[in-house]
Design a binder for this molecule. Structure first.
Ligand code: SF4
Length: 256
């Protein structure tokens, strides 16, 4: 197995009493990251936080996180849901400008870290995320450890760390198995997990999401028709979600 990135800087931060915030989505990478963190970081220096996407995420994800961690789970939410955000903008987020990630995940977690640090009277915070280089070319170019200068102020130093950055998919599943755990049940068919209908989801995952969550699927398909903007393109042309994945939806009102 690739040696996970516990470089000297991380050891120094542990010794300096930094608080490591595990951003836990409920997905396999978060689950492996948490298991890895618990092996090397004192328990009282770990805080677990989940940015809930509410109706947009797989039902049961929060229960799954709670069943696989030994810390209290902090659940944070943005002041709007994914579907409200799309409805207000009249368009879906794109892969290049993922407003969904920044507004619904990153923003609420950074806010939580600021508040938690304030309660502690300041200190060092390490925002830990389960992103991996193998996921995409864009992700492979990220730095697995860096200062977050935007969030750093006089009394609060904030770092960002990707503990499982160098792990392969097989190694992630192995790490979960080694912890005596299983990944969320949807991985029996899904390649990735987070929003049931992710703007970057594979057809396989979208189809599985629709089969398991037909009412939510109907709402996504209806919203596409309402705003006249599609989540996906095919050969440079917009394609409705139901046509994209080939699962028809009944009772969809199509504006004349
Ligand atoms: S899972 Fe996909 S749709 Fe959901 S917030 Fe992340 S990028 Fe956006």
């Amino acid at each position: 197995m690739t040696t996970p990135g516990f470089q000297p800087e991380i050891i120094q931060l542990i010794d300096a009493g930094a608080i490591f915030y595990a951003s836990h989505s409920g997905g396999k990478d978060s689950q492996a990251m948490y298991a890895l963190m618990c092996q090397h970081i004192p328990s009282d220096q770990i805080v677990v936080v989940h940015a809930s996407l509410g109706e947009a995420e797989w039902p049961g994800v929060i229960d799954h996180i709670n069943a696989t961690i030994s810390h209290q789970l902090n659940v944070v939410e943005a002041g709007k849901t994914f579907l409200e955000m799309v409805e207000r903008r009249g368009m879906w987020p794109g892969a290049q400008h993922r407003q969904c990630t920044s507004d619904l995940k990153r923003g609420p977690i950074e806010k939580f870290i600021r508040q938690d640090m304030a309660k502690r009277g300041g200190g060092i915070a390490v925002n830990c995320m389960g992103l991996r280089a193998a996921e995409s070319a864009t992700r492979s170019r990220r730095s697995p450890f860096k200062a977050n200068r935007r969030q750093t102020v006089k009394k609060r130093a904030v770092w960002e760390w990707l503990p499982v950055f160098n792990l392969s998919t097989a190694e992630v599943f192995q790490m979960i198995a080694d912890a005596g755990q299983k990944p969320f049940w949807a991985y029996e068919q899904n390649e990735r997990l987070s929003c049931v209908f992710c703007i970057m989801g594979s057809r396989n995952d979208l189809r599985h999401g629709a089969e398991q969550n037909p009412e939510l699927y109907r709402r996504y398909v209806q919203l596409e028709r309402n705003i006249g903007h599609t989540m996906f393109m095919k050969s440079g042309q917009p394609i409705w979600l139901d046509e994209h994945i080939g699962i028809p939806v009944k009772n969809i009102e199509v504006a004349a």
